[in-house]
Structure formats: structure tokens, C-alpha cells
Design a protein around this ligand. Structure first.
Ligand code: NDP
Length: 333
């Protein structure tokens, strides 16, 4: 597959360009807000062409797909333009800034008959696939609760728009709660029906929250706790899932890399579960390829992206109002 990148971003240079190439793909264009930056980024990353005009890349008939990793407020217009040009789209999270924009993107891709996938990479990790399988097989019995630990320290080189630009989609909720949502929905195979939350601005961000704790009720009644933060220098990540017959402890698995451990504890004792340690983003691209070919896949669809955004927005609203927020996904399906 031949790709155009919309966004001369860190995630593309650190992970996605190499993942595209590892999947026998090529990257022919990078589009940036600045032509100079586009050209420099193209040179640094071995990309044939850099431009500030997205139409140049979209008019190239050899481009099959667009990977969007610009700041969040640009995702919608860039995705709609790529879809209108008949390109498949892999879009970064959050899909958009509002639910109606995200729903528009999903509808546009459906109408045009192109794939729209969201880069929720965690569902493509071997660890999370192993946990999902254990739950589905009934290894821990009836589910009681899930705890997601995702309070970390934002690396220095990412302390830009995430911390000081609400208009670009800054703030930890749009950045990380969306990932927790998609991961829990993937692990449990069900949606949240309501959320309550508290957020905090502990001084790291200017004008946006840098920490959030939220509690969600799932369709089955299972309770979920999600803790996200940019401001925990000694924080670690992980997931715990508790059931009537056992528990799964998975420290370190909320990561961009194939890290962490998965442990199953039941009345028979505690045993480590092995899992595939392949690159998560390579795996996203494998799922994207399947979706484009019309095959069954386990990547995050546009609708999955709408749902993760819906929960994140509800978490913010719950924290703002102090009121539990109901979620009704039938309305946005
Ligand atoms: P970056 O800040 O690295 O890039 C975002 C935009 O900022 C770029 O498109 C670029 O704009 C501009 N930019 C970046 N670096 C510079 C610079 N040195 N000088 C001037 N402008 C610069 O963001 P991330 O890569 O961290 O995130 C991009 C998107 O990817 C976001 O939507 C984020 O939520 C998502 N993301 C997803 C992850 C995942 O695992 N799924 C992980 C990390 C991020 P321009 O293109 O106009 O030049």
C-alpha cells in the first residue's frame, strides 16, 4: 500500500513510518502546515515528497491510504478530504473534537466505500489479545470489576499542544481516556452505559486537565476504574480484571511497546500467561490491510473511535458538572 502522511508528527517518525515499511508499504508524501518543515521531515525520514498542500498528495492516484497524525482539531477536515478523494484512512485518536464530527467521518467513509480505522494500538497488543481470550473463555468467571492504571509522566518532548492548547485537543482525557475506553471495550466486548469522574489540573497543563479518574458502569453491570495522568513521575501502567473465579493482573501492558506481563490467579494458584510480543503498530497495519481487503479484522473501526471519544467527552462533562453522564451508543451507531 502506498501512503501519504498528514502530519509531520512524532508518532509517525517514531513508530508508524517503520510499521508501514515493515508491512511492505511505502510512504510517498508527508503533508505539514509548513512547506519547509514538510520538506525537512521528508528528507529526514526518507519520504519522496513533502508539501503543505494536502490536495497535492490527494491528487496523486498512486496514493492508496492516508495516515492522519496531525493535532486533533485537524483530523476531521483532513479525513473528510482524504475520504472524498477515495483514499482509505488510518486516523489518530481522538477521531475528532466533537461526536457529530466523528460521526460525519464514519458516515462519509461508509458512503464512499473506503476504510476508516482509528489507531487504537492497544487492542493490537499480544498482551491485550491474551487477556481478552482469557475473559472470553471464562477463565475468571463472572466479571466484577476492571482497574486501568495509566497515570504516567508525559515525556519532555511531547509537552507542547497537549498541555497548553485546548483548541488542538490538548488535555489528558482526549489523549489517554480514549485509549483506556477502547482497550476496556475490546477486552470485555461491551460498552459503558454511564460514567462519573473527577479531573485535576495539577500545574503541568495550562488550561487543560492533566489528571483524571473516572468510574464507568458497563452494560453487564461490571464497574471500571480508569486513572490517567501526565503528571505522575513514578507512575506505572497496567490492567487488573477481577471475576468470581479468578483475576488477571497485567502490569506494564498500557504501552506503545510490546511490554508487560499477564498473570492469571485462580483457586488453583498463579500462573504467567505468555503472549505474542510483536510490534503493536505493525499489527495495527496488518488489521488495516485486512479491513481494506474486506476481510474480518480486529482493528478499531471508525465507530470504535466514535465510542472512545464519546466516553472521553462524557468523562470531562461528568467532572465539570459533578453529574453521572449516561451514554447511549444506539443513537450514534
Ligand atoms: P506532535 O506534536 O509530534 O505532532 C503533531 C503536529 O505538531 C505535527 O503534525 C506538526 O504539525 C506539529 N509539530 C510537531 N513537531 C513540531 C516541531 N518540532 N515544530 C513544529 N511543529 C511541530 O504530536 P504526536 O506525534 O505526539 O501526536 C500526533 C497525533 O497522534 C495526535 O492526534 C495524538 O493524539 C496521536 N498519538 C497517538 C498515539 C498512539 O499510540 N495511537 C501516540 C501518540 C500520539 P505539521 O504537521 O503541521 O508540521
Amino acid at each position: 500500500m502506498n501512503w501519504a502522511l498528514f502530519g509531520a508528527s512524532t508518532i509517525a517518525s517514531q513508530y508508524m513510518i517503520s510499521a508501514i515499511r515493515a508491512n511492505a508499504g511505502q510512504v510517498s508524501w508527508v503533508v505539514s502546515g509548513s512547506r519547509d518543515r514538510a520538506e525537512r521531515y521528508a528528507r529526514d525520514n526518507g519520504i519522496a515528497r513533502g508539501t503543505s498542500e494536502m490536495e497535492e498528495a490527494l491528487n496523486d492516484p498512486s496514493v492508496d491510504a492516508v495516515y492522519i497524525s496531525s493535532t486533533n482539531e485537524k483530523h476531521k477536515d483532513q479525513a473528510l478530504a482524504a475520504i472524498a478523494a477515495g483514499k482509505h484512512v488510518l486516523c489518530e485518536k481522538p477521531l475528532a473534537m466533537t461526536l457529530s464530527d466523528a460521526a460525519r467521518m464514519v458516515a462519509a467513509a461508509r458512503e464512499k466505500g473506503v476504510t476508516l480505522m482509528v489507531n487504537h494500538h492497544l487492542r493490537c497488543a499480544g498482551s491485550h489479545r491474551a487477556i481478552r481470550k482469557l475473559i472470553a473463555e471464562g477463565a475468571i468467571g463472572a466479571l466484577r470489576s476492571v482497574r486501568v492504571f495509566h497515570a504516567v509522566h508525559l515525556p519532555e518532548h511531547l509537552r507542547g499542544w497537549r498541555l497548553d492548547n485546548p483548541g488542538a485537543g490538548g488535555g489528558v482525557v482526549l489523549d489517554m481516556t480514549v485509549h483506556d475506553t477502547d482497550t476496556v471495550r475490546f477486552l470485555l466486548g461491551e460498552d459503558p452505559v454511564s460514567v462519573t469522574a473527577e479531573t485535576d489540573a495539577t500545574g503541568m497543563g495550562a488550561g487543560v486537565e492533566d489528571s483524571a479518574m473516572s468510574v464507568w458502569r458497563m452494560q453487564s453491570g461490571t464497574m471500571v476504574f480508569s486513572h490517567v495522568s501526565f503528571n505522575h513521575p513514578f507512575g506505572t501502567t497496567g490492567v487488573e480484571i477481577h471475576g468470581s473465579d479468578g483475576a488477571i493482573f497485567a502490569p506494564g501492558v498500557i504501552s506503545q511497546d510490546p511490554k508487560g506481563e499477564v498473570w492469571l490467579t485462580t483457586s488453583e494458584g498463579r500462573r504467567e500467561i505468555t503472549f505474542d510480543r510483536g510490534n503493536l503498530y505493525d499489527s495495527v497495519l496488518v488489521e488495516f490491510g485486512k479491513a481494506v481487503r474486506g476481510e474480518a479484522h480486529s482493528g478499531a473501526t471508525g465507530l470504535d473511535g466514535v465510542k472512545s471519544l464519546a466516553v472521553a467527552l462524557a468523562v470531562r462533562e461528568a467532572a465539570r458538572t459533578g453529574q453521572r453522564q449516561p451514554l447511549q451508543f444506539e443513537e450514534i451507531a
